[in-house]
Design a protein around this ligand. Structure first.
Ligand code: HGY
Ligand code: MN
Ligand code: MN
Length: 419
C-alpha cells in the first residue's frame, strides 16, 4: 500500500478563507459574513480566476470547456490511461457559506500541492475541476455544468437558459471570459471523488468528521404559476373570489402535511420562492408563482408525491376558479454511488485512523451527474451547528476539513496508482 500523505491544513484553510471573501457580504439576518457568488456573476468570475491561478501555481495544465467547466491536470507517467478526477463547484446560493462546493475544489488543489511537495509521481493523470452552476439558483437548473458533461443536458439547451434579467448562460460565459473551447463531453475518467460538507446533522450526531456517501436522493424542482382575478378586498364576497395567493398558500400547507404524513416516505418539500408581485393591501392577488423543491430517497414515492400534488392543485383550481400552470425546472432520480470507490474511501479512512459513517446525501451534487460516466463516490466532512448550510452560519472546522481532504488525497493516490 502506498504510504499515506497528509495535506497542509493551514494552507487549505487559508485558501478557503480567502475564497470566501470573493462575493463576501454582511448578512443582516445572521450578522455574519456570507458568500453571494451566483454562477457566472462577476464574483464567480473573480473566484474562477483565483482558482485558476492556484491551479497554475501548482503546475497544473488548465483547460475550460464550452459550458465553462474548468479542469486542471497533474500529468501521470502513462498519459494514455484515463485520469482520476476530483472536483465540485465554487458557485454558491445567494446567502451561502464558505464551504459548500469550495471545499471539494480547494481541497483538490491542496491534494495537488501535497503530491508536489511529496514528489509523488502517479501512474495516471490526476485532475481537479469545478463545474458551472451547480446550485441552479441563477439559471434554474442545478448541477448544470456536470449534467452537460455527463450528456444528460445538451450544451445548446444549457447555453440558452436565462436568468431573471433574461441574460443567457452563453452570453454570461462570454462576458466573464470562461467560454472555453474544450469539448464538454470530456474524456471519461477512471474514477471521480468529490469531497463536500455534509450540509446536515448525520456526521455531527455520530461524532465523526468523515462520511462515506452511498448515493444521492431524488430531486424534483417545479414552478407553479397560479392565475386568479384581482378584486376589491372589502366588497368581494368570500365565495366569489379567485384568490391566487390563497391557492399558492394552500399548496405550501399541503406540502408540509404530505411530509408529516409519512404517506410519501421520507419526503422533504420546500417552497423557497413565493411571488405575488408588488401586491396591494386591499386587492385580492390575481397571480402567484411558487417553486416547489421535493426530495425523496425513493423514486417511486417521489413520483407518487408529484402525482398527489398535481391532483391536489387541480382540485384547488376547480374550487377557486383559478388556472394553474406547472413548469418543470429539474428532475433527477436517486443515484447510488460506486461500491468499489466507496470501499477505497473506507479503506483509506481506516488507514488514516479516521472513524466514519456511511450516509445518503440529502443534497444534490455534481457527483450524481458524473456517476453516469464513471465510477464515482463522495467523502463528506462534518459541519457545525447541526451541519446547517445554504446560510452564512454554514461552518466546518480546520481539522474536519483536513481529515476529509486527507481521505480524498489518499483515496485519489490509491486510484491513480492502479494500472
Ligand atoms: O440543491 C442542492 O441540493 C444542492 O445544494 N445544489
Ligand atoms: Mn454543493
Ligand atoms: Mn449547495
Amino acid at each position: 500500500m502506498t504510504s499515506t500523505i497528509r495535506i497542509n491544513r493551514e494552507r487549505l484553510w487559508r485558501t478557503l478563507m480567502e475564497l470566501k471573501e470573493i462575493g463576501g457580504y454582511d448578512d443582516e439576518a445572521t450578522g455574519l459574513r456570507g458568500v453571494r457568488r451566483l454562477a457566472l456573476t462577476d464574483a464567480d468570475a473573480e473566484a474562477r480566476r483565483r482558482c485558476v491561478q492556484w491551479m497554475t501555481e501548482a503546475g497544473l495544465d488548465v483547460r475550460v470547456d464550452r459550458i465553462g467547466n474548468v479542469y486542471a491536470t497533474r500529468p501521470g507517467r502513462d498519459r494514455t490511461l484515463p485520469c482520476v478526477l476530483m472536483g465540485s463547484h465554487i458557485d454558491t446560493v445567494a446567502t451561502g457559506g464558505a464551504f459548500d462546493g469550495t471545499l471539494g475544489v480547494l481541497g483538490g488543489i491542496e491534494v495537488m500541492r501535497t503530491l508536489n511537495d511529496a514528489g509523488v509521481e502517479t501512474l495516471r493523470d490526476v485532475e481537479v475541476g469545478f463545474f458551472t452552476e451547480e446550485e441552479g439558483v441563477r439559471f434554474g437548473i442545478d448541477m448544470l455544468g456536470s449534467a452537460v458533461t455527463a450528456g444528460r443536458i445538451p450544451l445548446d439547451q444549457a447555453h440558452k437558459l436565462t436568468d431573471a434579467d433574461g441574460k443567457t448562460v452563453e452570453e454570461e460565459l462570454l462576458r466573464i471570459g470562461f467560454d472555453g473551447d474544450a469539448h464538454e463531453r470530456r474524456p471519461i475518467p477512471y474514477a471521480y471523488i468529490e469531497c463536500h460538507i455534509e450540509q446536515g446533522p448525520l456526521l455531527a450526531d455520530a461524532g465523526v468528521d468523515v462520511g462515506i456517501v452511498e448515493g444521492v436522493q431524488s430531486i424534483s424542482w417545479q414552478r407553479l404559476i397560479v392565475a386568479g382575478e384581482a378584486a376589491h378586498a372589502g366588497t368581494t364576497p368570500i365565495e366569489s373570489r379567485h384568490d391566487a395567493g390563497l391557492v399558492a398558500a394552500a399548496v405550501v400547507v399541503e406540502l408540509r402535511r404530505m411530509c408529516d404524513s409519512g404517506e410519501f416516505g421520507r419526503l422533504r418539500a420546500t417552497v423557497g420562492t413565493f411571488d405575488i408581485g408588488a401586491g396591494q393591501t386591499n386587492v385580492i392577488p390575481h397571480r402567484a408563482t411558487i417553486t416547489v423543491d421535493l426530495r425523496n430517497p425513493d423514486d417511486k414515492l417521489m413520483t407518487a408525491a408529484e402525482q398527489h400534488l398535481a391532483d391536489y392543485v387541480e382540485a384547488l383550481a376547480q374550487a377557486h376558479g383559478v388556472t394553474t400552470t406547472w413548469e418543470r425546472m429539474a428532475k433527477t432520480a436517486v443515484v447510488p454511488f460506486d461500491a468499489a470507490i466507496q470501499d477505497v474511501l473506507a479503506a483509506t479512512a481506516d488507514d488514516l485512523g479516521l472513524p466514519y459513517v456511511r450516509a445518503m446525501s440529502g443534497a444534490g451534487h455534481d457527483a450524481q451527474e458524473i456517476a453516469a460516466i464513471c465510477p464515482t463516490a463522495m467523502v463528506f466532512v462534518a459541519g457545525e451547528h447541526g451541519g446547517i448550510s445554504h446560510t452564512p452560519r454554514e461552518y466546518s472546522n480546520p481539522d474536519a476539513c483536513g481529515n476529509g481532504t486527507d481521505v480524498l488525497a489518499n483515496a485519489v493516490l490509491r486510484l491513480a496508482q492502479q494500472p
